[in-house]
Design a protein around this ligand. Structure first.
Ligand code: TRP
Length: 454
């Protein structure tokens, strides 16, 4: 086993929370959440999402951090170390694959955020709602540009990971997070005071209960919760393996969940009020271009709007990068720990593989017709990747993690690890119940129900 000094640990508790929150807060909150709310019918999606976060994801967050801190290894190694001679290490393999799969489409969207720094700063994206949407369509149809932007994202991520855990991840996030929160608050205040905002607020906050049991809504909300919290593929497990034995896992988990969820909700308070202030706005029609169609119109209502716009997309890019770092770190940590590769080699080879898998996603929004609408699936390649990994792989990874901690490793052993060195674990009986019963049963029911209704 590699000693913890070689693997690196966090500089401080605040540093860990910031880095884990940096992993969680990203495109999932500011791009993914509003997009999914728009497709899931508004407030009803928000309600189901919050239930998934509290009842399923928070307990699994504690479970992942605990496994990682106990085993001090990458996901594959951690499962193997706790139950040697069994096949549980395959859960870690699923995580390594999911990390690469998610990063492949995530880096395409992060590339869009980078391009919009330029487009908003230079005033290239202007005009009425129609012109702003058309601009997005023309931009995503430019294949070479989109591939180039994806490459910029991946190279930057790889460069940070060459530096190792502490110096890389902690430093980036410490500056970005407070600035992002402040800017989101300003934008939300502007959006809520626009004419027509109240219609957007009603859409966002007043649930249409007739869709409460719609399997696509429930499955999308579950997938979105896992994706937004970086759960179900061992990213938090890996971060937990760098967490010092003195820190409280429960406090850290609650902070990360609270920060991540408030940022997502805040993004909704920006997108829907400002969207509904635009005539003829249909939140379900814009797909992945929703925020890129709505935000430039919002910036236009602010004095010095292009500066706000550029600042927003700079911060969004930084938030995306602190997430791509954690996505890449899972496969990288695996090849370092399990196959004894050097960090340099692991970063290089995994990045190249992700780049190749990402190309069809970069070409899926207008550049190449085939990737834009896959035969027999009525879906583009990027959405297919997002569905496979977010809606299925992550919840299945979470399900297996819950079964592992609840029934195989057993909750008393996990609780002992959490409470090591006297850390408190309030609500541990409730946590055991959720991890043993609620998480596995709920996730299995949702997945089966979704597949059955397809
Ligand atoms: N949670 C991040 C976001 O919302 C994305 C992300 C980073 C992620 N690491 C992950 C998702 C690990 C799933 C698993 O943008």
């Amino acid at each position: 086993m590699v000693s913890s000094a070689q693997r690196g640990t966090w500089g401080s508790k605040a540093g860990f929370i910031l880095a884990a929150a940096g992993s969680a807060v990203g495109l999932g909150n500011i791009w993914g959440f509003p997009t999914q709310v728009g497709q899931g019918g508004g407030a009803v999606f928000v309600l189901v999402y919050l239930l998934c976060v509290l009842l399923i994801c928070l307990p699994i967050m504690v479970a992942e951090l605990t496994i990682g801190r106990y085993a001090q290894l990458d996901p594959v190694g951690s499962f193997a170390a706790i139950r040697p001679g069994t096949r549980w290490w395959l859960v870690g393999v699923l995580g390594v694959l999911a990390g690469a799969g998610i990063l492949s489409f995530y880096s395409v969207i992060a590339g869009w955020a980078i391009a919009y720094i330029w487009f908003t700063a230079t005033g290239a994206v202007t005009g009425d709602a129609e012109a702003v949407s058309a601009f997005f369509g023309t931009f995503t149809a430019n294949g070479p540009l989109n591939i180039g932007l994806m490459m910029v994202v991946l190279v930057t991520t790889a460069a940070v990971l060459f530096g190792g855990v502490q110096s890389g991840i902690e430093r980036v996030t410490k500056l970005m997070m407070p600035a992002l929160i402040a800017l989101l608050l300003i934008l939300a205040m502007r959006a809520i005071t626009l004419p027509g905002a109240s219609e957007g607020l009603a859409y966002y906050l007043r649930p249409d209960f007739s869709r409460l049991l719609d399997p696509t809504v429930i499955n999308a909300a579950l997938g979105q919760a896992f994706f937004s919290l970086s759960l179900g593929m061992g990213a938090m497990l890996t971060y937990g393996s760098y967490l010092s034995k003195r820190e409280s896992i429960v406090t850290a988990a609650c902070w990360v969940v609270a920060l991540d969820t408030s940022m997502a909700l805040l993004a909704g308070f920006i997108i829907f009020p400002s969207g509904f202030s635009i005539a003829g706005f249909d939140p379900s029609a814009s797909g992945p271009g929703l925020i890129f169609a709505v935000l430039p119109r919002l910036f236009a209502t602010l004095p010095g709007g292009h500066l706000f716009g550029a600042a927003f997309f700079i911060l969004l890019t930084m938030a995306a990068l602190s997430s791509t770092i954690s996505l890449l770190e899972v496969p990288v940590a695996h090849f370092i720990d399990a196959h004894k590769w050097s960090r340099r080699r692991a970063v290089l080879l995994v990045t190249i593989a992700v780049f190749l898998i990402g190309i069809p996603s970069a070409l899926a929004n207008g550049a190449v017709g085939l990737f834009g609408s896959l035969p027999g699936l009525s879906m583009d390649f990027l959405s297919l990747m997002a569905t496979i990994w977010n809606n299925f792989a992550l919840p299945i990874g979470g399900f297996l993690t819950a079964v592992f901690v609840g029934w195989v490793w057993r909750t008393d052993n996990a609780i002992e690890e959490v409470m090591r060195n006297g850390a408190p674990f309030p609500g541990r009986a409730l946590w055991s119940f959720l991890i043993r019963w609620v998480c596995p049963v709920a996730i299995a029911t949702i997945i089966v129900y979704t597949i059955a209704s397809m």
